[in-house]
Write a protein that binds this ligand. Structure first.
Ligand SMILES: [Zn+2]
Length: 313
């Protein structure tokens, strides 16, 4: 690693993330954690776009990424290592409900690097694009534990039904989509960030007798993709979005969300165990203010704690 460059970059990054204002906004919107005895659908946030969705009987992991490689490793093209011990800790922390699927919304490292190892720890199938399949194969998962999905596919898991909708990645890197393309052969870790190519970008509509949740993990969209779609709750990736008003109009306002939960705004180059901090590029406070002005009910998730999101009260 070029340490002198690191010494220059890290203070700049430290100045660019964190700060009181976004943390105050985040805390003021937190969902309560004290209603777990009541029936419903619960979400546990793992940081980034990673969530566990559970109704107490069936668990579904989406985009679990906890290894959180440092910024220098990512930008200098160093190999990224899944943190197997931390993954085991998170599997234990998220409870005893059987995990029926580990779903990947697209194949960038901050969505897909840890996913096959969560699948290995839980025994659940790894579900996603052909690129995600190659990440699973490279990590040593057997063919029988891999499920490749196409846009439009539905999947029943317990009382849940998942529908995979084709979406688009946000312009997260200086107005461009980072690491475009597909992964065409098994990706054996450890590999640098740039090898985790995008693949198909999915949004996942999760229906349940208690209501509907939309996981929209990357801050892009296909115009009209939600025509006729309704969702009570939207888990919305916000880093790398373009205009906030247009994004809100195309996703949470379009599906008539009753609860809007921003995700993927945290500084995922920083260990979550050292506390939550904010990516400057997430413009978190601006997002919450604009969403509030649009009439949307913004709520935030605590880290690693189960909160009830359905039914919406
Ligand atoms: Zn991405």
């Amino acid at each position: 690693m070029n340490r002198s460059l690191t010494c220059v970059l890290l203070p700049i990054l430290a100045a660019a993330v964190g700060g009181c204002a976004p943390m105050d906004v985040y805390r003021s919107h937190l969902l309560p954690t004290g209603n777990q005895a009541e029936p419903g659908v619960f979400v546990t946030w793992l940081g980034t776009a990673g969530v566990l969705v559970s109704d107490g009987t069936t668990g579904i992991l989406i985009d679990p990424y906890v290894s959180r490689s440092g910024l220098c490793r990512v930008i200098f093209g160093m190999k990224l290592h899944p943190d197997r011990d931390l993954i085991r800790q998170w599997v234990a922390r998220t409870g005893s409900v059987p995990i029926r699927a580990v779903v990947v919304s697209h194949s960038h490292f901050d969505h897909a690097l840890d996913a096959p190892f969560f699948a290995r720890e839980t025994g659940a199938p790894l579900v996603g694009s052909r690129s995600t399949r190659n990440i699973g194969l490279g990590a040593g998962l057997p063919e029988t534990q891999l499920m490749t999905v196409q846009p439009g596919r539905t999947m029943a898991l317990g009382a849940f039904t998942l529908t995979f909708l084709e979406s688009a990645h946000g312009p997260a890197l200086f107005g461009r989509v980072p690491y475009p393309g597909t992964i065409s052969e098994p990706l054996i870790p450890p590999r640098p960030a740039g090898d985790y190519r995008l693949g198909t970008t999915f949004s996942i509509l999760i229906t349940h007798p208690c209501g509907t949740i939309l996981h929209h993990g990357s801050a892009g969209f296909v115009t009209g993709m939600y025509a006729g779609v309704r969702s009570d709750v939207v888990l919305l990736g916000i880093t790398g979005r373009g205009d906030t008003g247009e994004y809100l109009a195309q996703v949470p306002l379009q599906v008539k969300a009753r609860t809007l939960i921003p995700i993927h705004f945290d500084d995922f180059f920083h260990p979550l165990g050292e506390g939550l901090s904010f990516l400057y590029t997430s413009r978190f406070a601006e997002f919450c203010a604009t969403a509030g002005e649009s009439g949307l009910a913004v709520r935030t998730l605590p880290v690693g704690e189960q909160v009830r999101v359905l039914p919406v009260e």
